[in-house]
Design a protein around this ligand. Structure first.
Ligand code: SF4
Length: 458
């Protein structure tokens, strides 16, 4: 068993028994579910919209190389600077180089899972640069020293009382602040940072090939402020975020808003086509886009390629019975829930992370709720199959299943072995896994087949 697997089992076991955690998460997911139902009403034909969105992503990913080159051409023609990063280290070094060139001591950052993936804040801190999260949920998590809990709602596991406690402990505020007061404290703190930061860093929800633009969608205006005040803007974006055309946003923006938070449209939607041009009076003076691979090309394999269509709405996390029980932190990875369990083993390494693909009941709820109809549970099975075929499951597990298979295929064995003999063997084999938190298994005294024969008088 790998260290990652052991940690996952320990953390998920603890969380699955934490009733207060379940209560908070269930409360927030219930609110989300109600909002999504309302948001969906804006579509006159939701099924067609979902199919069309999937088809456009299919087109984008099938010729990913061409779309990315087109993006590069158009973005650089607009005055932007493009950097290709094959892995996290290349992306981090590129950011550091830009910050050093600009003599930056402080950066402001809007919410971005890609920067979590490459551990940007930690890296910048090691290099003497303060990186401040400006999304309220991310700011709370940064103050509390925790990674985001959820790809859309980073502090979903915290109640308003928890947040007031974090502010009290870290900022010395009144321990009973209301949500409105918490927001005002954050606003005051962050406004100073926007003005003094030399560099603003964002992710990107979509890369638009035909205009060379980066699209950012957010609810607090912090993304806009992070890019409007600092003279330099760096957008770090995964290569799978590309869509062919600006007009495709008319479909993706409402889909992302509805499936992400239940809104009809997100409050702030920005399209960055490059730096300020001659004669323009505002906007950043320089803009860089770092296009990140970091294992994404592994997802191009046909059996998991659909995972690259993901628009990170978080819907599959909210629908997953496993996620709802063990929460976002038990996974120990940046991308969690069903889609995280598909992509992480492929991006990071099947040997280290294959256990995530087994953390699913395969109920298919994730696939049902995905706005792009991505076959998530099918790809979880593909990952399991790859793990088995690559002989990553270990001698004990492989041979246990082989024996089980032999026994299940032998009617004679199933009928002749007494139920107490079968009880003994099975409970011994599964003592440490099944038996750890469940009662012993008991076989019926006679199999159905034996009873049927008796009934027929044979
Ligand atoms: S896989 Fe689908 S449901 Fe899950 S985050 Fe991505 S787009 Fe949303």
């Amino acid at each position: 068993m790998t260290e990652q697997q052991k940690t996952f089992l320990t953390k998920s076991t603890i969380k699955a028994g934490d009733l207060e955690h379940k209560r908070k998460v269930a409360f927030n997911i219930r609110k989300y579910n109600d909002a999504v139902l309302k948001g969906k009403k804006q579509f006159s034909d939701l099924e067609s919209a979902r199919k069309k969105a999937k088809n456009i992503k299919w087109k984008a990913i099938e010729s990913l190389d061409k779309h990315l080159e087109k993006f590069e051409q158009n973005f650089t023609a607009n005055g932007g600077k493009l950097i290709w990063a094959e892995n996290a280290e290349e992306a981090l070094q590129a950011v550091l180089q830009i910050c050093r060139d600009k003599k930056a001591r402080q950066v402001v950052k809007s919410k971005s899972m890609v920067t979590e993936e490459i551990h940007l804040n930690h890296f910048l801190a090691e290099n003497g640069i303060e990186s401040v999260e400006t999304d309220l949920g991310e700011y709370i998590q940064q103050l509390d020293g925790e990674p985001p809990y959820h790809i859309v709602t980073p502090a979903m596991h915290k109640s308003k009382e928890d947040v007031a406690r974090v502010f009290h402990e870290k900022l010395g505020t009144d321990p009973n602040l209301t949500p409105a007061e918490i927001t005002m404290v954050t606003r005051k703190k962050l406004r100073e940072k926007y003005i003094t930061a030399e560099v603003g860093i964002t992710g990107g929800n979509f890369l638009i090939a035909d205009t060379g633009a980066v699209c950012l969608t957010e609810n607090e205006g912090n993304g806009r402020l992070s890019t409007a005040f600092p003279p330099t803007h760096i957008a770090i974006v995964g290569i799978e975020k590309v869509i062919p055309s600006l007009s495709d946003l008319q479909l993706y923006w409402p889909l992302l808003a509805t499936f992400g938070t239940g809104q009809t449209v997100t409050v702030y939607n920005s399209i960055f086509t490059g730096p300020r041009k001659a004669g323009e009076t505002d906007g950043h003076q320089e803009m860089y886009v770092i296009l990140l691979d970091n294992g994404r090309t592994n997802l191009l394999r046909p059996e998991v390629r659909e995972s690259m269509y993901c628009i990170r709405c978080g819907s599959c996390l909210n629908a997953c019975p496993v996620y709802k029980n063990i929460g976002g932190h038990a996974y120990g990875t940046t991308y969690t829930g069903p889609i995280g369990s598909v992509i992480t083993p492929r991006m990071v390494g099947m040997a280290e992370e294959k256990h995530l693909s087994y953390a699913s009941s395969l109920c298919g709820n994730c696939t049902d709720v995905c706005p792009l109809k991505i076959n998530i549970h099918g790809m979880l099975l593909e990952n399991r199959s790859t793990a088995v075929n690559s002989k990553l499951n270990g001698f004990m597990e492989d041979n246990s299943w082989r024996l089980w298979n032999l026994a299940m295929l032998s009617r004679r064995l199933m009928n002749t072995a007494t139920s107490s003999a079968k009880d003994k063997v099975v409970n011994k084999v599964f003592k440490d896994s099944w038996g750890h938190s469940r009662g012993a298994l008991h076989f019926a005294p006679k199999s159905f087949n034996a009873m049927w024969k008796e009934r027929q008088g044979k």
